[in-house]
Design a protein around this ligand. Structure first.
Ligand code: TRP
Length: 515
């Protein structure tokens, strides 16, 4: 087929490094900094099992290489060949077929993910402000003894399943468990340390004004970057934010490795025991590899569409995947190293832990007051480089397919996403009781995107690349890849990726694993 001519207001990356940083920026996000460490911790059986975490990490690495990398190459290849947004790419490569449906699904996923992802990103922005303002400075003095007893009472009611338990009884039991003054004082202090960040976070969630305000702030930041276009907006900002992110991550990692629990965290991550492998672990590892690399909705495809013909697909994909993996592993070292050093535990998988557990951990750490600012700034940067890629997917569609100029496309896309996102921001307060099947709007968006749109899109992209594109088309795009490696990739994208992702999709829909 003849080479497609790119539409006028498209643009391209200034350099291959710019593309790699931008795509890695899309991939590195809350998935790396929170979800991966949490899953690893969970499969590590908290702190008890020495090998569970290593086994999970090992499976994750295998899934990243066998499923993530081939799919990333496929997305870049499609984008670069068609030089179009996800919808336009399928239209250009196979005109008049239903394949463009995969593009539309990706577009929809872009809308949906951005509208809730930017809400959480807004939390990180608020927490930068809180940590700069020393709001975590002195947890103890913020919580009264009475508030601790309330919490003790609450916990006792939950633990016993007896909602009618009198407060005095719960308090008496608590005191009886700590007979001498010193141990009671210790227990009170730990409770206060636990209670305050939770109360602080719930206060924030309960405030519609602040939730919407920080969401709007984050949308504005995202718009500011995307308005600048590819080379002088997205690429330029990623060139600043990504090195800054890696530097901050490095600073935190060095700090944690010098703590008593640092070395143990490394051992914890890298000692697999193959007999520990379970199907559940495999499904989680695969789902995480997929989400963490931003695959399945055409975000990487869109970024690939701004790549020059002369830039290599295979080695770029390898660089992006490596960066994403290194960040996930380093974040785990930081989080476990801190936990092991101070004997704390993580409770629950919710992203809320990022805002309740982390301040407590840093509270114990020498230099923690400054490092906690660094930590939340890191999350903001990681989130911003991800939200930018999500907005760009929708903007590129409006530019390519609807002939809009960039400013109009960005304003329209961001405007609609903001309107859709406000109910997400309100899901934690005003609209908390507005639920469907027990899920708030925020939960529903996350469920739809992570459990349906992304896996379905991933299967579609793999089948399209493996079975619909001709051998010549693929070979042309991967010209630099040596033949044995090309063959290996082809087997993976034709058989392994579709089968594996279908397995995850089924497991997700059956509720066996959560996205
Ligand atoms: N990869 C991102 C993370 O790890 C999340 C994500 C999934 C994403 N799909 C995306 C980001 C598409 C941008 C575009 O947090």
């Amino acid at each position: 087929m003849s080479e497609p001519i790119p539409p006028p207001d498209r643009g391209s990356w200034g350099s291959r490094l710019g593309f790699i940083l931008a795509a890695a920026g899309s991939a590195v996000g809350l998935g790396n900094l929170w979800k991966f460490p949490y899953l690893t911790y969970r499969f590590g059986g908290g702190e008890t099992d020495q090998h569970g975490a290593g086994t999970f990490v090992f499976l994750y690495l295998i899934c990243t290489v066998l499923v993530g990398l081939p799919l990333m190459m496929a997305e870049i290849l499609i984008g670069r060949r068609a030089r179009r947004n996800p919808v336009g790419a399928f239209k250009t490569l196979r005109p008049g077929t239903a394949w463009k449906g995969i593009g539309y699904l990706g577009l929809l996923a872009g809308f949906v993910i951005l509208s809730y992802y930017a809400v959480v990103a807004g939390w990180a922005a608020e927490y930068v402000v809180k940590s700069v303002a020393f709001e975590f400075g002195d947890f103890q003095s913020h919580v009264s003894d009475d508030a601790v007893y309330d919490r003790v009472w609450q916990e006792a009611k939950e633990a016993s399943g007896d909602a009618t338990m009198p407060r005095e009884l719960a308090v008496a039991n608590f005191r009886a468990a700590h007979p001498d003054d010193a141990s009671l004082a210790d227990a009170m202090r730990e409770k206060k340390l636990e209670a305050y960040p939770v109360a602080l976070f719930h206060d924030f969630l309960a405030s519609p004004g602040r939730m919407v305000g920080y969401f709007l702030l984050f949308m504005l930041l995202t718009v500011g970057v995307v308005l600048g276009g590819i080379a002088s907006g997205i690429e330029r900002w990623n060139r600043i934010l990504m090195p800054a992110l890696l530097l901050m991550l490095g600073v935190l990692a060095v700090r944690v490795l010098t703590l008593p629990g640092g070395a143990r965290a490394v051992g914890f991550l890298f000692q697999p025991r193959l007999s520990d492998i379970t199907l559940e672990m495999l499904l989680f590892a695969l789902g995480q590899a997929f989400f963490s690399l931003s695959l399945g909705m055409g975000a990487i495809l869109t970024y690939g569409s701004y790549l020059k013909r002369s830039d290599k697909v295979g080695s770029s994909a390898l660089a992006i995947v490596s960066l994403d993996t290194v960040v996930a592993l380093t974040a785990s070292i930081i989080i476990f190293g801190s936990i092991f050093s101070y004997g704390l535990v993580m409770k629950g998988s919710g992203v809320g832990n990022l805002f309740t557990a982390i301040p407590v951990i840093f509270q114990h750490m020498p230099g923690g007051r400054v490092l906690v600012v660094v930590f939340y700034l890191l999350i903001c940067f990681a989130a911003l480089t991800s939200t930018v890629s999500l907005l760009e997917v929708v903007a590129s569609y409006l530019i390519d397919e609807r002939g809009m100029r960039r400013p109009k496309a960005v304003a329209l896309a961001a405007g609609i996403i903001t309107i859709v996102g406000i109910p997400c921001a309100l899901s934690f307060n005003v609209l908390a009781n507005f639920t469907l099947a027990g899920k708030t709007i925020f939960d529903l968006f996350d469920y739809f995107a992570s459990n349906i749109a992304l896996p379905v899109g991933g299967i579609g992209i793999a089948i399209f690349t493996g079975w619909v594109l001709t051998h010549a088309e693929k070979r042309e795009e991967l010209a630099e890849v040596p033949t044995p490696l090309f063959r290996a990739w082809h087997v993976l994208i034709r058989f392994v990726v579709p089968v594996a992702v279908t397995g995850v999709l089924i497991a997700l829909l059956m509720g066996r694993v959560s996205g």
